[in-house]
Design a protein around this ligand. Structure first.
Ligand SMILES: CC(C)(COP(=O)(O)OP(=O)(O)OC[C@H]1O[C@@H](n2cnc3c(N)ncnc32)[C@H](O)[C@@H]1OP(=O)(O)O)[C@@H](O)C(=O)NCCC(=O)NCCS
Length: 162
């Protein structure tokens, strides 16, 4: 498995991978579609990719800025000090610790961007919960807002020590 940052050239593969992961879910509530309100929800330049012979098979991104203001407010943090991470892996490449590797890199990237905190949201039954807990995330909130959403979500937080 090769890992590297994605570039604009990888955008089409990232789009295809994300759509395929979404399309093949048994439970569509587990993972949001890539485009919500006609807008990609992450920046390709803040995304790590996992490759097998030049094929993109997984990716993890850090999202930051005002787009994650809602979660910052729920956590009582300012959006400048927070990065949100997510991960997805092609069904053929799962249970091989690819998501663990990618999320580890995304969290380190978040810290190296001088964020003080990382957050993530998951469906209550998502297998990524195991990875988040291993990486030191804790359940930050089960707020009514997240439970009432179209897709129910748990909000996770990790504190950096810098
Ligand atoms: C969730 C997801 C990212 C996991 O990817 P992955 O590469 O298979 O994860 P890993 O191999 O790193 O697994 C980490 C741990 O979870 C366990 N795990 C992963 N998928 C599992 C499954 N379907 N059933 C049981 N355990 C599972 C692994 O065994 C591993 O445990 P271990 O560290 O004790 O060995 C992948 O299933 C996926 O892309 N799902 C759809 C998108 C999604 O839900 N993303 C998360 C939103 S943040």
């Amino acid at each position: 498995m090769d890992y590297r940052f994605l570039t604009e050239h990888d955008k089409k593969s990232a789009f295809q991978l994300h759509n395929f992961v979404h399309k093949t879910l048994k439970n569509p509530e587990l993972f949001l579609p890539l485009i919500e309100n006609n807008k990609w929800y992450f920046d390709i330049k803040d995304t790590y990719g996992a490759f097998v012979e030049n094929d993109l098979v997984g990716m993890a991104a850090m999202m930051h800025g005002e787009d994650i203001m809602t979660y910052a407010e729920m956590l009582g943090l300012s959006w400048e000090e927070l990065g949100e991470v997510f991960v997805c892996v092609h069904p053929n490449n799962r249970k091989n610790h690819v998501a663990t590797d990618l999320l580890t890199m995304a969290v380190e990237y978040t810290q190296s961007n001088k964020k003080k905190y990382a957050c993530a949201t998951t469906h209550p039954e998502n297998h990524s919960i195991k990875i988040l807990e291993k990486l030191g995330f804790y359940r930050a909130s089960d707020s009514e807002f997240l439970a009432r959403q179209k897709y129910p979500r748990i909000l996770w937080q990790k504190d950096f020590e810098n």
